[in-house]
Design a protein. Structure first.
Length: 277
């Protein structure tokens, strides 16, 4: 069997359980894989500081793929290995299009931090059924009274921007129509009520490619785990792509195999089976 050396895994809906805790079997599997010399890489839509301290303080990960691949970080040195920001002009045009027609809030990650308008942040519970994800979004974003104005004054791009919809039908309509209106932007989703926008040079697959190149590891020696459409590029780029059992069919179709659900420690079970084979 192929000897795998690098394991990249999404967090929400993949490594973490629905309640955002880390299943004990996953913790044990990561510790065992690290002990055997494997490289363990969280690959998330979150900014680095938005990753739970439980994950960051485990001591098993030096490299992080953040913001859907817009940033690859060496957390030990603070070096950015790869970056691909979304241009400001595109983010503003997309936000004007969505927020003028649909019941949606939006925020962005820029300079390693999260921002959204103070009004949207105060009203964020209107857009979320999942309390755990709501708590995370609140913790990851600072409210800004003049959010749009702040972005314009800064005058630079962002790692990604995300939109949160109250109506899932409106979200689905936007997922289908936005790529036609903005064909040069990458639109994905990580949770049932959001749409995430990135530069086409930013996805988890390109980030995985860049990290493997940086480390001198063949892509065939990598394994990737995911559950969202923002994970598809990574699942295809890895030597072995693993979709979670709780993933949509579109994600499962892009993977080589399927693991157990996130609530049943699917990542840990699969990692242990691979490193013990």
């Amino acid at each position: 069997m192929e000897k795998y050396r690098l394991f990249a895994y999404d967090l929400d809906g993949t490594l973490l359980a629905t309640d955002k805790n880390l299943p004990e079997e996953n913790r044990r599997a990561l510790a065992e894989a690290y002990k055997k010399g494997n490289i363990l890489v969280p690959a998330t839509g979150r900014i680095y500081l938005g990753i739970s301290e439980l994950i960051r303080n485990m001591g098993v990960s030096r490299y992080y793929i953040c913001c859907n691949g817009a940033v690859v970080l060496d957390a030990e040195t603070g070096e950015t290995i790869y970056s691909a920001d979304l241009p400001l002009e595109d983010a503003l045009k997309i936000s004007d299009h969505i927020c003028s027609q649909f019941d949606a809030a939006w925020g962005c990650y820029q300079d390693g931090r999260g921002f959204m308008s103070s009004e949207d942040r105060a009203n964020l519970a209107h857009f979320f059924e999942d309390k755990f994800m709501l708590d995370y979004i609140l913790s990851a974003h600072s409210g800004v009274p003049d959010f749009r104005g702040m972005l314009i004054r800064k005058g630079r791009g962002m790692h990604k921007c995300s939109f949160y919809f109250a109506d899932k039908a409106e979200r689905q309509y936007c997922l289908e129509t936005l790529p036609k209106l903005f064909p040069h932007i990458k639109f994905t989703s990580s949770v049932p009520n959001n749409i995430e926008c990135n530069s086409f040079q930013a996805d988890k697959g390109l980030a995985l490619n860049a990290l493997c190149s940086f480390l001198g590891i063949p892509e065939a020696s990598s394994v990737a785990f995911g559950d969202g459409t923002n994970d598809i590029a990574m699942l295809k780029a890895a030597g072995l792509g693993v979709a979670m059992a709780n993933a949509p069919d579109e994600v499962k179709a892009s993977a080589d195999i399927t693991a157990d659900t996130n609530d049943n420690a699917g990542v840990g079970k699969m990692i242990l089976s691979l490193i013990e084979a």
